[in-house]
Design a binder for this molecule. Sequence first.
Ligand code: 3H9
Length: 697
Amino acid sequence: MADVTKVNDLISIERSGDIALICIDNPPVNATGQVVRQGLLDAVEQLKADDTAKVIAIYAAGRTFVAGADIREFGKPSQPPSLPDVYNIIEDCQTPIIAIMHGTALGGGLELGLATHARIGIEGLRVGLPEVNLGLLPGAGGTQRVPRLAGIPMALDMSLSGRMVSAKEALDKGLLDRLVAGEPRDVALVAAQDVLDGKLTTRHTCDLDTPRDDKALDDTAAMLKVKQAHLFAPHKIVEAVRASYLPRTEGLKIERQGFLDCMQTPQRSGLIHAFFGERAVSNIPEAKGDTRPLAKIGVIGGGTMGSGIATSCLMAGLSVRLIEVAQDGLDRGVATITKNLEGAVSRGKMSAAKKDAALANLSPSLGLDDLADVDLVIEAVFENMDVKKDIFGKLNTICKPGAILASNTSYLDVNEIAACTDRPQDVLGLHFFSPAHVMRLLEIVQGAKTAPDVLATGFALAKTLKKVGVLAQVCDGFIGNRILSHYAKTAAYLVLDGASPQHVDNALEGFGFAMGPHKVSDLAGMDIGWANRKRLAATRDPAERYGGDVADRICEQGWYGRKTGQGYYIYGQGAPVPNPEVATIIDGVRADKGITPQDFTDQDIVDRYMTAMIAEATRVVEDGTAKRPLDVDMVFVFGYGFPRHRGGPLHYADTIGAAELVRRIKEYAKEDAHYWQVPALLEKMAAEGTKFADLNK
Ligand code: 3H9
């Protein structure tokens, strides 16, 4: 009978002769919330005072060692004991303490291991310091103890990239003392006995000196000033790692101050919103429940989108039947998929062997008839309702009963498509973003008659593909493209009214967008927007100010962006340069319309653009196209290059406040009352003093 005593609800001590095992049991990821911190402290204090405990081993129950501090506590008043204090007490303990780590030892989890006197990894373990992804720095000794054990370059790499490090690499770099196979408790007993027998050496990490590497620190600091000037945490990380030259107390003081400074920033709040938002989008009843099989996927269309979707499915180990109408199109599709997979190998996303296995799972085919046995078909042909209706009518007769029929349409009415079948319950929209094997967003569009298990299977597919699935209702453009269609007009109006395309791009890149809207349009192909404007021309509200003149005239020249060598910019060797002909076109349009150009500051540009985005995003929440504000936020963070550290448009909106947004819209409406209208929900929030965050609850 094991001699186990509970220290508190989450921590227990087990005795076996001279050995004491401390077990952390705080599912799902053993985060170090207050009860864990207190329990660890009490357990170590108790064992320190016990002469019969000659060695202590800390391990965790469940699927992983400690995955870090409890992120849910961040932003709330801190409750003692603090993690660094607990870890210092562990490090200072004269009884040897070892850590047995399995699963993922991340952030405060790895830091716990580093504070002990020896670390045993269990095969499959991955370690990391991902705090930077939350706008933080490793604040429980990581910046002080990693440099001492593995050197400054490794400490900088881990804490600035946040990447997961394999157990093998951790062992090679000195972060682990041993790598073994086994169950954590069994490994703990063996390793503890080895300490007693002198077969496993223990030492206090902070007794070591950090090997000097000023050049690595200086070069990194200089690089960050150029590449990540707008981010707060990375600069603090370098400062803290530099402080590891100092004695432990002084170094930890600098690390702690950096951590607290990071904690105060809106960047931390935005990044943590994105962390929980990524998980919350699928934490809804629609994503749960029974699912249908998902082993064999049919993809119709071997263009960029279809090939990207097929690549994504193949990378996830699914088998794919790729359908094209003609042999050359099919060959092109297979070539694109092969290139995509080779790219994934060269980026380290998959092994060469996995690539070969993925390609073996691809069966190209001419003709829809070969889709008779697939579980899910994803149609990815060009955006034309008649073509899509024709395909779905045929799928209706070809596909087996219960097969899911999905359209990758980015704008069109999924209900109209579903109506071409006599099984609308099997139809939904699966809107991927280009390049589909890279971009993480998947809009899962619910038709009026989509069956619950079809919707849940859409979410299961997102999970299998490691994508972020977001539920959207049917409307022109769903969540993302509908909002984009609205705010993209602001960029066009700004150019008509006085800004240059590159000024708009620069201002928005300064805000944190990966690319300004004109660069995005050049990249996507200006002909796509042109076709869309033509499609909507007949239904355009005559009261609406038309903003497409400049883009139309550029397209009329046959300039569609990157693919034709020029668009808003000219593409050649080196960085793109603004297209001087575009300035002439803009002058011409302004002259024709009698527009006197105004001066806009960067802030004016950002304010107008973001206010337009927020206004339409509010309407999308108001009419139920998106379930909650956080769903809109995740669409933008994962599909539209929205700066993650700002959390998404509606998280950012909360930092401005509804009242100020209403004021701005009313101000802009003096110029264009048709475009700038205050959404009723925003007006209500301003009156009540509420936030979008309140609607996420
Ligand atoms: C830190 O450590 C700071 C210190 O340096 C200094 C402090 C002074 N806290 O991702 P999953 C939840 S900062 C609270 O779906 P997986 C998660 O929300 C921290 N909750 O599972 C989800 O909840 P729900 C540094 C957490 O198997 C559930 O657990 N550490 C935490 O795909 C399952 O998570 C990190 O940044 C947490 N720390 O992936 C690691 N972690 O079921 C963050 C997870 O209600 N975590 N939850 O939606 C991860 O990267 C992944 O969760 C992990 C497991 C890889 C561990």
